[in-house]
Design a protein around this ligand. Structure first.
Ligand SMILES: [Zn+2]
Ligand SMILES: [Zn+2]
Length: 553
Protein backbone atom coordinates (compact mmCIF):
# COMPACT_ATOMS: atom_id res chain seq x y z
CA UNK A 1 0.00 0.00 0.00
CA UNK A 2 1.27 3.46 -0.89
CA UNK A 3 2.49 5.61 1.99
CA UNK A 4 0.24 8.51 2.80
CA UNK A 5 0.98 12.11 3.54
CA UNK A 6 -0.85 12.99 6.72
CA UNK A 7 -2.01 16.53 7.31
CA UNK A 8 -3.20 17.17 10.84
CA UNK A 9 -4.59 20.57 11.79
CA UNK A 10 -4.20 21.13 15.55
CA UNK A 11 -5.91 24.51 15.36
CA UNK A 12 -7.30 27.10 12.97
CA UNK A 13 -10.27 25.10 11.63
CA UNK A 14 -13.78 25.90 12.76
CA UNK A 15 -12.32 29.00 14.37
CA UNK A 16 -10.21 32.00 13.52
CA UNK A 17 -7.09 31.70 15.64
CA UNK A 18 -4.40 29.31 16.93
CA UNK A 19 -3.32 28.13 13.51
CA UNK A 20 -1.11 25.07 13.57
CA UNK A 21 -0.88 22.47 10.82
CA UNK A 22 1.19 19.28 11.02
CA UNK A 23 2.52 17.62 7.87
CA UNK A 24 3.71 14.07 8.46
CA UNK A 25 5.22 11.52 6.11
CA UNK A 26 6.70 8.32 7.56
CA UNK A 27 9.41 9.43 9.99
CA UNK A 28 9.26 13.15 9.26
CA UNK A 29 7.06 15.92 10.57
CA UNK A 30 7.03 19.62 9.78
CA UNK A 31 4.82 22.09 11.61
CA UNK A 32 3.41 25.11 9.80
CA UNK A 33 2.62 28.01 12.18
CA UNK A 34 2.00 27.86 15.90
CA UNK A 35 -0.52 30.51 16.85
CA UNK A 36 -2.67 31.42 19.79
CA UNK A 37 -6.31 32.32 20.14
CA UNK A 38 -8.07 34.71 22.45
CA UNK A 39 -10.62 33.62 25.04
CA UNK A 40 -14.32 34.17 24.44
CA UNK A 41 -16.45 36.05 26.98
CA UNK A 42 -17.23 32.85 28.92
CA UNK A 43 -13.60 32.02 29.66
CA UNK A 44 -13.28 34.13 32.78
CA UNK A 45 -9.73 35.05 33.66
CA UNK A 46 -8.19 33.18 30.74
CA UNK A 47 -5.49 35.24 29.02
CA UNK A 48 -4.88 33.21 25.89
CA UNK A 49 -5.82 29.90 24.35
CA UNK A 50 -3.22 27.68 22.72
CA UNK A 51 -3.54 24.44 20.75
CA UNK A 52 -3.12 21.13 22.53
CA UNK A 53 0.13 19.81 21.07
CA UNK A 54 0.39 16.46 22.86
CA UNK A 55 0.55 14.77 19.47
CA UNK A 56 3.74 16.69 18.74
CA UNK A 57 5.17 16.01 22.21
CA UNK A 58 4.72 12.30 21.57
CA UNK A 59 6.44 12.55 18.19
CA UNK A 60 9.26 14.91 19.14
CA UNK A 61 11.96 12.88 17.43
CA UNK A 62 10.17 13.20 14.09
CA UNK A 63 9.88 16.99 14.04
CA UNK A 64 12.28 18.44 11.47
CA UNK A 65 11.13 22.06 11.36
CA UNK A 66 8.59 24.61 12.48
CA UNK A 67 7.87 27.01 9.63
CA UNK A 68 6.17 30.35 10.19
CA UNK A 69 4.19 32.02 7.42
CA UNK A 70 4.10 35.48 9.08
CA UNK A 71 4.34 37.31 12.39
CA UNK A 72 0.70 37.60 13.49
CA UNK A 73 -0.19 36.26 16.93
CA UNK A 74 -2.57 33.66 15.50
CA UNK A 75 0.46 32.18 13.71
CA UNK A 76 3.39 32.62 16.12
CA UNK A 77 1.82 33.38 19.52
CA UNK A 78 1.87 29.85 20.95
CA UNK A 79 5.54 29.20 20.14
CA UNK A 80 6.84 30.28 23.55
CA UNK A 81 4.60 27.58 25.09
CA UNK A 82 5.47 24.95 22.48
CA UNK A 83 9.20 25.56 22.86
CA UNK A 84 9.08 24.63 26.53
CA UNK A 85 8.64 21.02 25.39
CA UNK A 86 9.64 20.87 21.77
CA UNK A 87 12.77 22.39 20.38
CA UNK A 88 13.01 22.11 16.61
CA UNK A 89 14.57 24.56 14.14
CA UNK A 90 12.20 27.44 13.43
CA UNK A 91 12.18 28.92 9.93
CA UNK A 92 10.86 32.44 9.40
CA UNK A 93 11.39 35.45 7.17
CA UNK A 94 13.37 38.36 8.65
CA UNK A 95 10.59 40.44 10.23
CA UNK A 96 8.74 37.38 11.57
CA UNK A 97 12.01 36.13 13.09
CA UNK A 98 12.68 39.51 14.72
CA UNK A 99 9.18 39.63 16.21
CA UNK A 100 9.52 36.08 17.45
CA UNK A 101 12.87 36.85 19.10
CA UNK A 102 11.30 39.73 21.03
CA UNK A 103 8.49 37.48 22.16
CA UNK A 104 10.84 34.69 23.22
CA UNK A 105 12.98 37.14 25.20
CA UNK A 106 9.93 38.00 27.28
CA UNK A 107 9.59 34.29 28.07
CA UNK A 108 13.35 33.85 28.66
CA UNK A 109 13.50 31.37 25.80
CA UNK A 110 15.50 33.38 23.27
CA UNK A 111 18.70 31.47 24.04
CA UNK A 112 17.35 28.00 23.45
CA UNK A 113 15.42 28.74 20.26
CA UNK A 114 17.07 27.79 16.98
CA UNK A 115 15.68 30.43 14.62
CA UNK A 116 16.76 30.26 10.98
CA UNK A 117 16.03 32.83 8.30
CA UNK A 118 14.24 31.81 5.14
CA UNK A 119 13.86 33.86 1.98
CA UNK A 120 11.28 33.89 -0.75
CA UNK A 121 12.35 31.85 -3.75
CA UNK A 122 15.04 29.97 -1.81
CA UNK A 123 14.03 26.37 -1.12
CA UNK A 124 15.28 24.35 1.82
CA UNK A 125 14.94 20.78 3.04
CA UNK A 126 13.36 19.53 6.24
CA UNK A 127 13.41 15.75 6.38
CA UNK A 128 11.73 14.42 3.26
CA UNK A 129 10.02 17.77 2.66
CA UNK A 130 11.27 20.53 0.40
CA UNK A 131 9.96 23.98 1.27
CA UNK A 132 9.82 27.08 -0.86
CA UNK A 133 8.48 30.33 0.63
CA UNK A 134 6.51 32.47 -1.83
CA UNK A 135 5.89 36.18 -1.32
CA UNK A 136 2.26 37.14 -0.62
CA UNK A 137 0.46 40.34 0.37
CA UNK A 138 -1.02 40.54 3.86
CA UNK A 139 -1.51 43.08 6.65
CA UNK A 140 2.04 42.56 7.94
CA UNK A 141 5.27 42.54 5.91
CA UNK A 142 7.24 39.35 5.40
CA UNK A 143 4.21 37.09 4.85
CA UNK A 144 4.76 34.00 2.73
CA UNK A 145 2.89 31.06 1.29
CA UNK A 146 4.70 27.72 1.23
CA UNK A 147 5.13 25.33 -1.67
CA UNK A 148 5.87 22.06 0.11
CA UNK A 149 7.31 19.29 -2.00
CA UNK A 150 6.32 16.00 -0.42
CA UNK A 151 6.88 12.41 -1.58
CA UNK A 152 3.26 12.30 -2.85
CA UNK A 153 3.31 15.67 -4.64
CA UNK A 154 3.46 19.41 -4.20
CA UNK A 155 1.24 21.00 -1.56
CA UNK A 156 0.64 24.75 -1.59
CA UNK A 157 -0.14 26.19 1.86
CA UNK A 158 -1.19 29.79 1.29
CA UNK A 159 -0.94 31.15 4.82
CA UNK A 160 -2.86 34.42 5.19
CA UNK A 161 -2.86 36.34 1.93
CA UNK A 162 -4.55 38.84 -0.31
CA UNK A 163 -3.79 40.15 -3.76
CA UNK A 164 -2.71 43.78 -3.57
CA UNK A 165 -1.56 45.15 -6.91
CA UNK A 166 -0.42 48.41 -5.29
CA UNK A 167 1.04 47.40 -1.94
CA UNK A 168 3.09 49.69 0.30
CA UNK A 169 6.87 49.23 0.29
CA UNK A 170 6.79 45.73 -1.09
CA UNK A 171 6.00 43.80 -4.21
CA UNK A 172 2.70 42.43 -5.34
CA UNK A 173 2.05 38.79 -4.38
CA UNK A 174 4.18 36.51 -6.59
CA UNK A 175 1.32 35.26 -8.77
CA UNK A 176 3.82 34.22 -11.44
CA UNK A 177 5.31 31.64 -9.10
CA UNK A 178 1.89 30.27 -8.18
CA UNK A 179 1.17 29.98 -11.91
CA UNK A 180 4.45 28.16 -12.57
CA UNK A 181 3.72 25.69 -9.80
CA UNK A 182 0.25 25.19 -11.23
CA UNK A 183 1.69 24.41 -14.64
CA UNK A 184 4.07 21.82 -13.21
CA UNK A 185 1.25 20.26 -11.21
CA UNK A 186 0.09 20.85 -7.66
CA UNK A 187 -1.49 17.98 -5.77
CA UNK A 188 -3.20 19.95 -3.02
CA UNK A 189 -3.79 23.51 -1.94
CA UNK A 190 -4.70 24.64 1.59
CA UNK A 191 -6.04 28.17 1.36
CA UNK A 192 -7.02 31.07 3.65
CA UNK A 193 -10.82 31.18 4.09
CA UNK A 194 -11.19 34.25 6.35
CA UNK A 195 -12.96 36.37 3.75
CA UNK A 196 -14.52 33.56 1.69
CA UNK A 197 -17.97 35.06 2.26
CA UNK A 198 -16.99 38.45 0.83
CA UNK A 199 -17.60 38.86 -2.88
CA UNK A 200 -15.30 40.73 -5.22
CA UNK A 201 -11.76 41.84 -4.45
CA UNK A 202 -10.29 43.17 -1.23
CA UNK A 203 -9.21 46.80 -1.49
CA UNK A 204 -5.60 47.82 -1.80
CA UNK A 205 -3.84 49.11 1.28
CA UNK A 206 -3.22 52.26 -0.74
CA UNK A 207 -6.82 53.48 -0.57
CA UNK A 208 -6.42 53.92 3.18
CA UNK A 209 -3.46 56.21 2.52
CA UNK A 210 -5.58 58.32 0.19
CA UNK A 211 -8.33 58.63 2.76
CA UNK A 212 -5.85 59.47 5.51
CA UNK A 213 -4.44 62.25 3.32
CA UNK A 214 -7.92 63.75 2.99
CA UNK A 215 -8.33 63.67 6.75
CA UNK A 216 -4.96 65.35 7.35
CA UNK A 217 -5.35 68.02 4.68
CA UNK A 218 -6.51 71.35 6.15
CA UNK A 219 -7.18 69.79 9.54
CA UNK A 220 -6.61 72.35 12.28
CA UNK A 221 -6.68 70.00 15.26
CA UNK A 222 -4.55 67.24 16.71
CA UNK A 223 -4.91 63.96 14.88
CA UNK A 224 -4.72 60.70 16.78
CA UNK A 225 -4.64 57.51 14.75
CA UNK A 226 -4.96 54.01 16.09
CA UNK A 227 -4.45 50.77 14.18
CA UNK A 228 -3.18 47.22 14.77
CA UNK A 229 0.42 47.55 15.87
CA UNK A 230 1.40 44.76 13.47
CA UNK A 231 0.04 46.65 10.46
CA UNK A 232 3.39 48.14 9.48
CA UNK A 233 2.19 49.27 6.06
CA UNK A 234 -0.63 51.24 7.68
CA UNK A 235 1.74 52.84 10.19
CA UNK A 236 4.05 53.70 7.31
CA UNK A 237 1.21 55.47 5.54
CA UNK A 238 0.15 57.44 8.62
CA UNK A 239 3.74 58.62 9.15
CA UNK A 240 4.14 59.57 5.47
CA UNK A 241 0.89 61.52 5.40
CA UNK A 242 1.73 63.28 8.67
CA UNK A 243 5.14 64.29 7.32
CA UNK A 244 3.56 65.51 4.08
CA UNK A 245 1.26 67.83 6.00
CA UNK A 246 3.97 69.12 8.31
CA UNK A 247 3.08 67.23 11.45
CA UNK A 248 5.36 65.66 14.03
CA UNK A 249 4.42 62.15 15.06
CA UNK A 250 4.40 60.76 18.57
CA UNK A 251 4.21 56.99 19.09
CA UNK A 252 2.54 55.57 22.19
CA UNK A 253 1.56 52.14 23.48
CA UNK A 254 4.05 49.40 24.23
CA UNK A 255 3.27 47.10 21.30
CA UNK A 256 3.20 50.04 18.87
CA UNK A 257 6.56 51.38 20.05
CA UNK A 258 8.04 47.90 19.92
CA UNK A 259 6.69 47.13 16.45
CA UNK A 260 8.01 50.38 14.98
CA UNK A 261 11.40 49.78 16.56
CA UNK A 262 11.66 46.26 15.16
CA UNK A 263 10.27 47.21 11.73
CA UNK A 264 12.74 50.10 11.50
CA UNK A 265 15.68 47.85 12.39
CA UNK A 266 14.56 45.30 9.81
CA UNK A 267 14.06 47.94 7.11
CA UNK A 268 10.35 47.11 6.86
CA UNK A 269 9.34 50.71 7.37
CA UNK A 270 10.75 54.02 6.06
CA UNK A 271 10.43 56.96 8.38
CA UNK A 272 11.09 60.41 6.92
CA UNK A 273 13.81 62.18 8.97
CA UNK A 274 12.71 64.49 11.83
CA UNK A 275 9.13 63.20 11.77
CA UNK A 276 8.97 61.16 14.94
CA UNK A 277 9.38 63.03 18.21
CA UNK A 278 9.21 61.89 21.79
CA UNK A 279 5.74 62.04 23.30
CA UNK A 280 6.97 64.46 25.97
CA UNK A 281 8.09 66.96 23.31
CA UNK A 282 4.79 67.01 21.41
CA UNK A 283 3.54 69.79 23.66
CA UNK A 284 6.12 72.14 22.12
CA UNK A 285 4.16 72.09 18.86
CA UNK A 286 0.85 73.71 17.95
CA UNK A 287 -2.12 71.35 17.74
CA UNK A 288 -2.25 71.40 13.94
CA UNK A 289 1.31 70.11 13.80
CA UNK A 290 0.73 67.09 16.00
CA UNK A 291 -0.15 63.53 15.07
CA UNK A 292 -0.12 60.55 17.40
CA UNK A 293 -0.06 56.88 16.50
CA UNK A 294 -1.39 54.76 19.33
CA UNK A 295 -2.49 51.31 20.38
CA UNK A 296 -6.11 50.75 21.36
CA UNK A 297 -7.82 49.95 18.05
CA UNK A 298 -9.71 47.12 19.76
CA UNK A 299 -10.86 49.29 22.67
CA UNK A 300 -8.51 47.45 25.05
CA UNK A 301 -8.97 48.81 28.56
CA UNK A 302 -5.27 49.30 29.30
CA UNK A 303 -4.32 50.68 25.88
CA UNK A 304 -2.83 54.13 25.37
CA UNK A 305 -5.90 55.46 23.51
CA UNK A 306 -8.23 54.26 26.23
CA UNK A 307 -6.06 55.98 28.84
CA UNK A 308 -6.09 59.19 26.76
CA UNK A 309 -9.89 59.09 26.75
CA UNK A 310 -9.87 58.70 30.55
CA UNK A 311 -7.31 61.45 31.21
CA UNK A 312 -4.94 58.79 32.47
CA UNK A 313 -2.32 59.10 29.73
CA UNK A 314 0.89 60.83 30.71
CA UNK A 315 1.08 63.09 27.66
CA UNK A 316 -2.23 63.27 25.83
CA UNK A 317 -5.66 64.06 27.17
CA UNK A 318 -8.46 63.82 24.62
CA UNK A 319 -10.28 67.12 24.39
CA UNK A 320 -12.79 68.99 22.25
CA UNK A 321 -11.76 69.19 18.62
CA UNK A 322 -9.29 66.31 18.58
CA UNK A 323 -9.69 64.16 15.50
CA UNK A 324 -9.44 60.47 16.36
CA UNK A 325 -9.12 58.00 13.48
CA UNK A 326 -9.70 54.32 14.17
CA UNK A 327 -7.96 52.73 11.19
CA UNK A 328 -8.93 49.16 11.97
CA UNK A 329 -11.94 46.90 12.19
CA UNK A 330 -13.15 45.28 15.38
CA UNK A 331 -11.94 41.70 15.55
CA UNK A 332 -15.01 39.47 16.10
CA UNK A 333 -15.69 39.44 19.83
CA UNK A 334 -14.28 42.96 20.35
CA UNK A 335 -17.25 44.90 18.96
CA UNK A 336 -18.47 45.95 22.41
CA UNK A 337 -15.16 47.23 23.70
CA UNK A 338 -14.58 49.20 20.49
CA UNK A 339 -18.05 50.69 20.70
CA UNK A 340 -17.45 51.67 24.33
CA UNK A 341 -14.24 53.45 23.33
CA UNK A 342 -15.94 55.32 20.49
CA UNK A 343 -18.69 56.52 22.84
CA UNK A 344 -16.14 57.58 25.41
CA UNK A 345 -14.11 59.57 22.87
CA UNK A 346 -17.24 61.25 21.53
CA UNK A 347 -18.35 62.20 25.02
CA UNK A 348 -14.98 63.89 25.52
CA UNK A 349 -15.78 66.12 22.54
CA UNK A 350 -13.49 64.42 20.03
CA UNK A 351 -14.42 63.91 16.41
CA UNK A 352 -14.19 60.15 15.87
CA UNK A 353 -13.86 58.48 12.50
CA UNK A 354 -14.26 54.72 12.38
CA UNK A 355 -14.91 52.05 9.86
CA UNK A 356 -18.67 51.70 10.07
CA UNK A 357 -19.08 55.38 9.15
CA UNK A 358 -16.13 55.46 6.73
CA UNK A 359 -15.18 52.18 5.09
CA UNK A 360 -11.97 53.51 3.55
CA UNK A 361 -10.32 53.77 6.95
CA UNK A 362 -9.36 50.12 6.92
CA UNK A 363 -8.87 47.30 4.42
CA UNK A 364 -8.68 43.62 5.21
CA UNK A 365 -5.48 41.62 4.84
CA UNK A 366 -7.36 38.57 3.57
CA UNK A 367 -8.40 37.65 0.04
CA UNK A 368 -12.05 37.95 -1.02
CA UNK A 369 -13.86 35.58 -3.39
CA UNK A 370 -12.39 36.77 -6.70
CA UNK A 371 -8.86 36.62 -5.32
CA UNK A 372 -9.43 33.16 -3.85
CA UNK A 373 -10.74 31.98 -7.21
CA UNK A 374 -7.82 33.54 -9.04
CA UNK A 375 -5.37 31.62 -6.86
CA UNK A 376 -7.24 28.37 -7.44
CA UNK A 377 -7.16 29.09 -11.19
CA UNK A 378 -3.41 29.72 -11.14
CA UNK A 379 -2.41 26.84 -8.87
CA UNK A 380 -4.92 24.39 -10.38
CA UNK A 381 -4.63 21.96 -7.45
CA UNK A 382 -5.99 18.47 -7.87
CA UNK A 383 -7.23 18.51 -4.27
CA UNK A 384 -8.41 21.41 -2.17
CA UNK A 385 -8.68 22.03 1.56
CA UNK A 386 -9.95 25.32 2.98
CA UNK A 387 -8.21 26.44 6.20
CA UNK A 388 -8.12 29.47 8.53
CA UNK A 389 -11.82 29.99 9.17
CA UNK A 390 -14.98 29.04 10.96
CA UNK A 391 -17.23 26.33 9.47
CA UNK A 392 -19.18 28.89 7.45
CA UNK A 393 -15.99 30.26 5.88
CA UNK A 394 -14.61 26.81 5.15
CA UNK A 395 -17.88 25.63 3.55
CA UNK A 396 -18.21 28.75 1.42
CA UNK A 397 -14.61 28.44 0.30
CA UNK A 398 -15.12 24.79 -0.62
CA UNK A 399 -18.18 25.79 -2.64
CA UNK A 400 -16.06 28.35 -4.47
CA UNK A 401 -13.59 25.62 -5.34
CA UNK A 402 -16.43 23.45 -6.67
CA UNK A 403 -17.59 26.35 -8.82
CA UNK A 404 -14.06 26.39 -10.28
CA UNK A 405 -14.36 22.75 -11.34
CA UNK A 406 -12.75 20.99 -8.36
CA UNK A 407 -14.87 17.90 -7.75
CA UNK A 408 -16.56 17.62 -4.35
CA UNK A 409 -14.71 14.35 -3.66
CA UNK A 410 -11.45 16.21 -4.24
CA UNK A 411 -12.18 18.64 -1.42
CA UNK A 412 -12.02 18.02 2.30
CA UNK A 413 -13.24 20.10 5.18
CA UNK A 414 -10.95 19.18 8.03
CA UNK A 415 -11.37 19.44 11.73
CA UNK A 416 -8.99 20.04 14.61
CA UNK A 417 -7.26 16.75 15.44
CA UNK A 418 -8.64 14.92 12.41
CA UNK A 419 -6.04 13.37 10.10
CA UNK A 420 -6.35 14.19 6.40
CA UNK A 421 -4.79 11.38 4.38
CA UNK A 422 -3.36 12.29 1.01
CA UNK A 423 -1.97 10.01 -1.68
CA UNK A 424 -1.16 10.82 -5.30
CA UNK A 425 -4.69 9.76 -6.18
CA UNK A 426 -6.90 10.49 -3.22
CA UNK A 427 -7.67 12.72 -0.29
CA UNK A 428 -9.83 11.67 2.61
CA UNK A 429 -10.46 12.15 6.30
CA UNK A 430 -8.85 9.51 8.53
CA UNK A 431 -8.67 8.95 12.28
CA UNK A 432 -8.08 11.46 15.01
CA UNK A 433 -5.20 12.43 17.28
CA UNK A 434 -5.32 14.04 20.69
CA UNK A 435 -6.11 17.70 20.23
CA UNK A 436 -8.11 20.57 21.66
CA UNK A 437 -7.43 23.79 23.46
CA UNK A 438 -5.23 24.62 26.39
CA UNK A 439 -6.13 27.66 28.49
CA UNK A 440 -3.41 29.92 29.79
CA UNK A 441 -4.09 32.01 32.91
CA UNK A 442 -1.12 33.99 34.15
CA UNK A 443 1.79 31.60 34.27
CA UNK A 444 -0.45 28.54 34.52
CA UNK A 445 -0.63 26.56 31.31
CA UNK A 446 -3.48 24.08 31.16
CA UNK A 447 -4.27 24.11 34.88
CA UNK A 448 -7.53 25.88 34.12
CA UNK A 449 -9.65 23.06 32.74
CA UNK A 450 -13.35 22.65 32.11
CA UNK A 451 -14.20 22.16 35.80
CA UNK A 452 -12.41 25.33 36.87
CA UNK A 453 -14.00 27.20 34.00
CA UNK A 454 -17.46 25.96 34.92
CA UNK A 455 -16.92 27.13 38.51
CA UNK A 456 -15.82 30.54 37.27
CA UNK A 457 -18.90 30.81 35.06
CA UNK A 458 -21.11 29.75 37.96
CA UNK A 459 -19.46 32.28 40.29
CA UNK A 460 -19.69 35.04 37.71
CA UNK A 461 -23.38 34.43 37.12
CA UNK A 462 -24.71 33.73 40.61
CA UNK A 463 -22.02 34.41 43.16
CA UNK A 464 -21.13 32.34 46.19
CA UNK A 465 -22.45 31.59 49.64
CA UNK A 466 -20.33 30.11 52.41
CA UNK A 467 -22.08 28.54 55.39
CA UNK A 468 -19.79 28.13 58.40
CA UNK A 469 -20.74 26.18 61.51
CA UNK A 470 -18.99 24.33 64.31
CA UNK A 471 -20.22 20.97 65.52
CA UNK A 472 -19.41 18.93 68.53
CA UNK A 473 -17.56 15.91 67.18
CA UNK A 474 -19.16 13.60 69.75
CA UNK A 475 -22.84 14.21 69.16
CA UNK A 476 -22.90 16.64 66.18
CA UNK A 477 -24.62 19.30 68.27
CA UNK A 478 -24.31 22.85 67.01
CA UNK A 479 -21.65 24.76 68.95
CA UNK A 480 -21.49 27.95 66.94
CA UNK A 481 -22.98 29.40 63.79
CA UNK A 482 -24.29 28.98 61.29
CA UNK A 483 -22.63 32.07 59.84
CA UNK A 484 -23.37 33.01 56.28
CA UNK A 485 -20.84 34.76 54.05
CA UNK A 486 -21.99 36.03 50.67
CA UNK A 487 -19.80 37.12 47.77
CA UNK A 488 -21.49 38.24 44.58
CA UNK A 489 -24.85 36.78 45.66
CA UNK A 490 -26.50 39.32 47.97
CA UNK A 491 -25.06 42.06 50.12
CA UNK A 492 -25.39 40.56 53.60
CA UNK A 493 -26.02 43.85 55.42
CA UNK A 494 -29.01 44.64 53.21
CA UNK A 495 -30.46 41.14 53.30
CA UNK A 496 -30.97 40.49 57.01
CA UNK A 497 -34.25 38.60 56.78
CA UNK A 498 -33.09 36.35 53.93
CA UNK A 499 -29.92 35.53 55.85
CA UNK A 500 -31.96 34.78 58.99
CA UNK A 501 -34.23 32.46 57.04
CA UNK A 502 -31.19 30.66 55.64
CA UNK A 503 -29.71 30.29 59.12
CA UNK A 504 -32.86 28.74 60.54
CA UNK A 505 -33.12 26.46 57.53
CA UNK A 506 -29.58 25.23 58.24
CA UNK A 507 -30.51 24.60 61.88
CA UNK A 508 -33.64 22.68 60.78
CA UNK A 509 -31.58 20.63 58.35
CA UNK A 510 -29.12 19.70 61.10
CA UNK A 511 -31.98 18.60 63.31
CA UNK A 512 -33.43 16.54 60.48
CA UNK A 513 -30.07 14.83 60.02
CA UNK A 514 -29.78 14.02 63.69
CA UNK A 515 -33.34 12.60 63.77
CA UNK A 516 -32.45 10.36 60.84
CA UNK A 517 -29.18 9.31 62.49
CA UNK A 518 -27.10 10.91 59.78
CA UNK A 519 -23.74 11.55 61.39
CA UNK A 520 -21.14 11.75 58.67
CA UNK A 521 -20.24 15.29 57.78
CA UNK A 522 -20.10 14.82 54.03
CA UNK A 523 -23.78 13.84 54.01
CA UNK A 524 -24.65 16.67 56.38
CA UNK A 525 -22.92 19.14 54.06
CA UNK A 526 -24.83 17.78 51.06
CA UNK A 527 -28.13 18.07 52.95
CA UNK A 528 -27.39 21.71 53.85
CA UNK A 529 -26.45 22.45 50.26
CA UNK A 530 -29.58 20.83 48.85
CA UNK A 531 -31.92 22.51 51.33
CA UNK A 532 -30.40 25.96 50.82
CA UNK A 533 -30.23 25.73 47.09
CA UNK A 534 -33.89 24.76 46.63
CA UNK A 535 -34.96 27.43 49.16
CA UNK A 536 -32.90 30.12 47.40
CA UNK A 537 -34.12 29.14 43.98
CA UNK A 538 -37.72 29.33 45.19
CA UNK A 539 -37.30 32.72 46.87
CA UNK A 540 -34.77 34.45 44.64
CA UNK A 541 -34.67 32.44 41.36
CA UNK A 542 -30.90 32.35 41.72
CA UNK A 543 -28.47 29.48 42.18
CA UNK A 544 -25.34 30.69 43.95
CA UNK A 545 -22.48 28.30 44.54
CA UNK A 546 -22.98 27.03 48.12
CA UNK A 547 -20.01 25.95 50.19
CA UNK A 548 -20.84 24.50 53.64
CA UNK A 549 -17.84 24.50 55.96
CA UNK A 550 -18.10 22.44 59.16
CA UNK A 551 -15.52 23.02 61.86
CA UNK A 552 -14.88 20.70 64.71
CA UNK A 553 -14.37 22.11 68.18
ZN1 LIG B 1 -2.34 37.09 9.51
ZN1 LIG C 1 -4.17 34.46 10.53
Amino acid sequence: MAEKLKIIPLGGLGEVGKNLTVYEYKEDIIVVDCGLGFPDGEMYGVDVVIPNVSYLSRNIEKIRAIILTHGHEDHIGALPYLLQDINAPIFATALTAALLKGKLEEHHLAKIADIRLMETGVSFKAGCFGIEPIHVNHSIPGAVALAITTPVGVVVHTGDFKIDVTPIKSEMIDLTRFGELGKKGVLLMLSDSTNAENSGFSHSERIVGKRLAELFENCKSRIIVTTFSSNVQRIQQVIEVAARYGRKVGITGRSMENMIKVATEMGSIDIPPDTIVEMAKLRNYPRDQIAVITTGSQGEAMSALFRMAFSEHKFIDISTGDRVVISASAVPGNEKTVSRLINLLLSRGAEVLYRSVDDELHVSGHACQEELKMLIALVKPRFFMPIHGEQRHLRTHAALAHSMGIEPNCTVIGDIGRIVEVTKKSIKLGGTVQSGRVLVDGTGIGDVGSVVLRDRQHLAQDGMLVVVLSLNSEDNSLLSGPDIISRGFVYVKDSGSLIDEMKSLVVDTLEGCSLNNITDWATIKTSIKTALSSFLYKTTKRSPMILPVIMEI
